[in-house]
Ligand binder design. Sequence first.
Ligand SMILES: O=C(O)CCC(=O)C(=O)O
Ligand SMILES: [Fe+2]
Length: 262
Amino acid sequence: MDGGNMDGRWRGVGDDDGDDLLQFPVPAECQNGVSVQRGRRRPAEGHTLGRCARAVPAWVWGPRASTLALRLPSLLIRFGRINDQDKEQEEELFDLLLKLKINYYQVCPQPDLAVGVEAHTDVSALSFILINGVPGLQVKRAGRDDEGWVTARDEPGTLVVHVGDALEILSNRRYTSVLHRGLVNRVATRVSWVVFAEPPPDRVLLQPLPELLADGQEQPRFHYPPRLPVPVHVLVFSSTTMPPKARKPRAKKERPSGMSNA
Ligand SMILES: O=C(O)CCC(=O)C(=O)O
Ligand SMILES: [Fe+2]
């Protein structure tokens, strides 16, 4: 991605080494919340979302993330022993939709009282998360409810990959989606760039892949009659009235106290 200067407020990222990230302010227009950009291409110049997306480190949109994003579901499914012959299904899984979201968390002197991004699972197949070196991404440990939250590593250049709901459903829960949350920080602004990789909404139905159930040994763990295409899934699962997985521990309402990093 080209270097640049938007109204003198920020400088672009030219290097691919992740170091720039630590000194990299997000343009003011992106600081009111989140910006979402659909599609695989970088947004158009001049568009607000484009301006925000230009703040994205090169390699979020660059070959490393997109290669991973486009290949990982297929590889994971293969590990799940999907029938190798089903090329058509594999092609569909390759044809992922990539969406970018930028989270900007203002410094907060009282992080315990603030809401960052509440505990949730992503509806994507996979999510790729890059943070600006300020910790605050937390993952709920699988298993017992009382095991608590684990803070993701924050070394520059660390790319966190989450399994999302779509992959859990397609894989008939060979992979389970990750409950996670984003916290604000007491002393530093947090920025996270998330690329959500989703199955193509017009072609992939969110149901366990038939190949996994073909031999009759395994029962489908997800039933959605009538079988829903992705947009409906997103609608339903985005609803606060219908959490995607009752088996997942619910988000605790209390604010974590150990995350100030002050
Ligand atoms: O900001 C973070 O570290 C996580 C954000 C997140 O999980 C999301 O936007 O879906
Ligand atoms: Fe998320």
